[in-house]
Design a binder for this molecule. Sequence first.
Ligand SMILES: Nc1ncnc2c1ncn2[C@@H]1O[C@H](COP(=O)(O)OP(=O)(O)OP(=O)(O)O)[C@@H](O)[C@H]1O
Ligand SMILES: [Mg+2]
Length: 515
Amino acid sequence: MIALPVGSGSGGRPPSGMLAATPLSMSRLSLLIDLASLLGREVDLDTLLATACERMAESLRADRASIWLVDAERGDLVTRVALLPEVPELRQPMGQGLAGHVARTGVTVRVDEAASDPRFDPSADRATGYHTQSMLVAAIREHGRAPVRGVIQLLNRKDGPFDSEDERYLEALAQQLARALSLTTLRAPDESGPGLMLRGPFNRIVGRSAAMRKVYQRVGLAAQTDATVLLRGETGTGKGLFARAIHVNSPRQGGPFVTVDCTTLPAQLVESELFGHERGAFTGAERRVRGKVELAHEGTLFLDEIGELPPEMQGKLLRFLQERSYERVGGRETLRADVRVVCATHRDLEKLVADGKFREDLYFRVRVVVIDVPPLRERGPDEIEILARHFAEMYADRYGRPVPVLEPDAMAVLRRHRWAGNVRELEHWVESAVVLSPDGRIADELWPQSRRGGEPAPTSAAPREAGVTLPAGLTLDDAIERYIRATVDACGGNKTEAAKRLGVGRNTVGRALKK
Ligand SMILES: Nc1ncnc2c1ncn2[C@@H]1O[C@H](COP(=O)(O)OP(=O)(O)OP(=O)(O)O)[C@@H](O)[C@H]1O
Ligand SMILES: [Mg+2]
């Protein structure tokens, strides 16, 4: 449901209660619809907020707009995006200035001459040289009694002061925005408290360690260009997430994001998978099929696990990277595709080159911008905590569990644990604890190491051959289930790898974990 303010702009008011299709009301209507459609999409947070800011300023004819969020951890207000290019980020205590006043009280403020209002804080104007005159500030909250997540602040309406209609309209927008925020990684720490957890610049990617900040910075810079990116990192460090983040933050965000997983393809199929094939190209090719390269036209092609690309394909990929042209299998026509390429690997490509398994010229083509994604063990305990809370909320949402509370003992175990590289291992611990805790309280006995009777959980840093201790008196079924679980843990949560090691199908492993 979209709440619409009634009436149009100040010029040519329609009879009260009617929404006339004047250009202004249409632009306001389309802005509300736009925000609503942003809700469901996976977008970069700052893009979402910046778009919202820009459109709000435009439709309310304000000269400047900024969004301030309440930082739940520090208890102050921080500008997240601002059409105020002079200032990168401002922080101020709750209650200070008009924005702070609205953040604390939740009540909209509209002033024609800011300087004459005793609550106005002139320090931002002093710092920037900007002269604030009229101001309209509304709280970002889902409804009138909901906790405040931040404020939207509009400055200097271009033709006359803000009016009461602008006020109601901005309040409707602020509600939409509050709903959008509740679907992102910028979530409230708890439903009833004010503020949001500001966990990172991208949606669904959390973490603020120094190691991750470096990654964000590179991802942000690389995204602005069409340069080929190579994401390196151990299994489960988030390479796939960052590949997508590069796409959604790039000018190609409106185009397709197409993944080719080089590990799952038999060598003879890779070429047709990438470049497509013509009808009759080989037995079974009953019709022309477009390849991933063609499907990624005007978007991003993500070549996952590029180190596994069969040698016979490496030359063909090299040619494509050099010329952006290719032929379908069995075809004579040379085709061109406008794609941006992002690659990922957990392998040491230099070593593969040295061993003659990966073409050196291809290696140089691929490693234009290299982004190393750090293993979990290098991110520190604070980041473990942020990730654990993020996964707990995510899985509680998915499984319809109450908002989870991670008890201090449980968190202490997570912070102390010697994690390997794979973030999935932590994710699986938390997922399973959420499932096993119908009331949302997560205590330390829910961690796998406690469930196994206190022996430390194997991590990938521990020898993969670490044994499993099974208490006597188990039924054979229970013993099998525990053994499967232990193997999955030893594989860092990778069920496919565990199935391979156990010599059973992936479904068998899945079933055991579901029990
Ligand atoms: N910083 C992060 N924030 C939130 N989730 C994360 C983060 N890093 C990793 N994850 C989660 O961990 C899991 C592994 O991430 P992803 O699949 O992107 O890693 P990968 O490096 O591509 O792994 P692989 O080598 O196995 O393909 C995913 O479920 C992902 O959502
Ligand atoms: Mg991956």
